[in-house]
Design a protein around this ligand. Structure first.
Ligand SMILES: [Zn+2]
Length: 387
């Protein structure tokens, strides 16, 4: 993978120009950002729904939760836990054969003077066949030789024909964040770091400004991970602002969501419980509406007079009641506890890709102002409908 071209977008202080990065996969295959990688949450939703359509995506990402439910202790113990995660990663890579695939290790930031966890992370990814990128765990902010550590990781990956992906966090101290981002920027110019992952954190205005400031120089694809589907910032009751456009307009090229481990006991008990008796009792879900940069809570969406239409490959322009018929019920007519939640997930990804196509066109045509008016107009319609 190689970055062949960077268009920094609008760099005026008032500018909100997202950037475009051209990523070359091979001599004949390349794509432009912004993109939304396909991830394990979409493949899970696809399997659950028995959805047969192709999920379009040029790149695949797999967040791996190595933290919750004592995950980190189990990671360090190097027992079956590593192997289990390795197998899941392997099957994800196999399934996305032909696409560049990057794992995102959800780990605490680590003290680099103890290399053991880094070694474990390296070995775990090294043995996965066909994996193109290897994620470096986040390094503790106190550590000063960040550049050296990243170069070590990336050159070790290169020995196995892989690309090393260093990580930062938007929650890093602004001065540390700026310094480390500068280091990664320099390494991106030599081709050593063609991809960077930055973990999302709210209230990170200064860090985002640093990224915005360097976006014209960084020759790497920059993914933002653990991005929530909404931010709890309500526009009106039940309509929450989405953070994706804001991230893209500061220089991110793609976003991925957080992976949360599901409690197995809970799932098992759920599988044996009686089906829900009304739509009010199914799993909560939110319908992403990227053309207005918001998500609408399922209960509100169900009662809107004119729920927004979507022409993504999952919705296929169906009306709301057609979508509920398709996804909320099982073949035997019983209500499906999770059908709408999985539908919402798949639609989120697919409609996002459609919207990013429109955004891309506006970036190329230097008409971001028009794009923002489009978001506002669409939002007005939704707000009117929920009032
Ligand atoms: Zn849709």
């Amino acid at each position: 993978m190689e970055i062949i071209d960077v268009d920094p977008g609008d760099m005026r202080v008032a500018g909100k120009g997202c950037r475009v990065v051209r990523v070359r996969i091979s001599s004949s295959v390349s794509f432009d950002t912004p993109v939304r990688p396909i991830s394990v949450s979409e493949t899970t939703a696809k399997d659950y729904l028995g959805y047969r359509g192709v999920i379009e995506s040029q790149i695949a990402a797999m967040p791996i939760d190595l933290q919750s439910n004592n995950g980190f202790e189990r990671f360090l113990a190097q027992n079956g836990f590593i192997h289990e995660n390795q197998l899941t990663l392997q099957s994800f890579v196999d399934r996305n054969h032909g696409k560049p695939c990057f794992p995102i290790l959800q780990l605490p930031s680590l003290d680099y003077s103890n290399r053991v966890p880094f070694k474990i992370a390296f070995e775990m990814q090294k043995d996965v066949d066909g994996l193109s990128m290897m994620c470096m765990p986040e390094i503790d902010q106190q550590f000063s030789d960040y550049g050296e550590a990243v170069e070590d990781w990336c050159s070790s990956c290169e020995e196995f024909g892989r690309i090393g992906v260093p990580q930062l966090s938007l929650s890093d101290e602004p001065s540390v964040f700026a310094r480390r981002l500068r280091t990664l920027c320099d390494l991106s110019k030599t081709g050593q770091v063609p991809m960077i992952n930055i973990r999302y954190s709210p209230r990170s205005t200064i860090q985002l400004s640093e990224l915005w400031n360097m976006k014209g120089e960084i020759d790497a694809l920059i993914n933002c991970s653990e991005v929530p589907s909404t931010t709890n910032r309500m526009v009106v009751n039940g309509v929450e602002r989405d953070v994706e456009y804001e991230l893209l307009s500061h220089g991110f090229d793609s976003i991925t969501r957080k992976k949360r481990k599901v409690n197995r006991k809970f799932m098992a008990s759920r599988n044996f419980s009686d089906p829900p008796t009304s739509l009010d009792k199914i799993d909560k879900f939110k319908v992403a509406t990227h053309q207005a940069s918001v998500a609408i809570k399922g209960d509100v969406w169900r009662h809107m007079e004119h729920a927004p239409h979507c022409s993504c490959p999952v919705c296929r322009g169906n009306s709301r009641s057609e979508l509920i018929d398709r996804f909320a019920y099982k073949d035997n007519g019983e209500l499906d506890q999770s059908g709408m939640r999985y539908f919402a997930r798949l639609h989120d990804h697919q409609s996002d890709n459609l919207e990013l196509g429109i955004l891309k066109r506006h970036i190329f045509e230097r008409s971001i102002g028009e794009y923002e008016s489009r978001l506002e107009d669409n939002l007005k319609k939704i707000v009117n409908d929920t009032e």
